[in-house]
Design a protein around this ligand. Structure first.
Ligand code: UDP
Length: 328
């Protein structure tokens, strides 16, 4: 049985991955400092409370377990915050990742799945965006992820550390079995905020900017279901464990929805009134990010099951209603 270390396994994406890895029969070790994740979101495996900034924590986990591959999800992810607090982003997303990579090498672990982002591309020159599209991140968050991708390429050349970088467009939705879902504190992502407004947990949703160069003036994003992201990770991991070379894949559905369209779809799904306020642009945002994910389909055999925005929002709504019940 292969042992997989999931760094950041208590977070939104990491926790869904842990569930799927356990289902697929892997031995899973979770490393998380619980700064933004939740212990209760870890549904199995062996939990190790530790911090990437602390090399002793990392040493302990690598000495305790014989790890075959690492999946790295532990990073700060807020575009707007990264513009105002870049030090926080470079320190955690870059410096702490180097700690992790160096400990991996010291223990001969040379396989890594890295959680990357469409934010590495910046304002696109061509839509949809394929893997070769020029990288010109528009904010520090995107720059940290692009830096790590480049560090990984150098580590491959110098140390034979193989990495598959998965560039998510907009991860969204929740576990269809409703055991897990999105739960950031504070929440900054569009779909959970819209649904919290629909459920009454929030008074309103603010649309960030309405003068972008898009048909309705609001930003367009490509929303991809968390469950489909999990499938791509498991496929990439299998390939990596079988000796595949380093690679990168864009993960999205190839269809963009504006902020207004997301709100309209949420209104249809929830059948509730959603109070919308129009505000200024958010720092670091680009007008349009839509994926060309043909490479993932062809090379990984990725086959998204929940590509429809309505389904993504339905699953997120099911989760929101459950959260609401728990707080009542
Ligand atoms: N957005 C918005 N209001 C919010 C949160 C997000 O209008 O309260 C917009 C944001 O500007 C972006 C899109 O929704 O165009 C998706 O943002 P999110 O933070 O969910 O994901 P990101 O694209 O930053 O990964």
């Amino acid at each position: 049985m292969k042992t997989i270390l999931v760094v950041g396994g208590a977070g939104y994406i990491g926790s869904h991955i842990v569930k799927q890895l356990l289902k697929a029969g892997y031995h899973v070790v979770i490393f998380d400092n619980l700064s933004t994740g939740y212990r209760k979101a870890v549904l199995g495996g062996e939990f190790f409370l530790g911090d990437l900034a602390n090399r002793d924590d990392l040493q302990r986990v690598f000495q305790t377990y014989s790890i075959d591959a690492v999946m790295h999800f532990a990073s700060f992810i807020q575009v707007g915050e990264s513009v105002h607090q870049p030090n926080k982003y470079y320190q955690n997303n870059v410096v702490n990742t180097i700690n992790l990579l160096d400990i991996m090498l010291a223990h001969g672990v040379k396989a890594c799945i890295f959680s990357s982002t469409a934010a590495i591309f910046g304002e696109p020159q061509i839509i949809p965006i394929d893997e070769k599209h020029p990288k010109n991140p528009a904010n520090p968050y995107g720059r940290t992820k692009w830096m790590v991708e480049q560090i990984l390429a150098d580590y491959d050349k110098a140390y034979d550390l193989r990495a598959i970088c998965l560039r998510y467009f907009n991860a969204a939705g929740a576990d269809p079995e409703c055991q897990l879902g999105e739960c950031h504190e504070p929440e900054t992502h569009l779909i959970p905020l819209v649904l919290q407004t629909a459920s009454g947990r929030r008074k309103s949703i603010t649309v960030f900017g309405q003068k972008y160069d898009t048909p309705d003036g609001t930003c367009i994003r490509d929303y991809v279901h968390i469950q489909d992201l999990c499938q791509a990770h498991i496929l990439a991991l299998e390939q990596l464990l079988q000796g595949a070379s380093s690679a990168e894949y864009n993960l999205g559905n190839g269809e963009g929805f504006s902020v207004r369209e997301v709100i309209e779809t949420a209104q249809q799904v929830t059948q509730r009134a959603i109070n919308v306020i129009y505000g200024d642009n958010r720092a670091g945002d680009t007008a349009r990010l839509v994926a060309d994910a043909r490479k993932a389909r062809q090379e990984l055999g990725w086959n998204p099951q929940f590509a429809d925005l309505k389904t993504i929002i339905q699953h997120a709504w099911q989760w929101e209603l459950q959260q609401l019940k728990a707080t009542e």
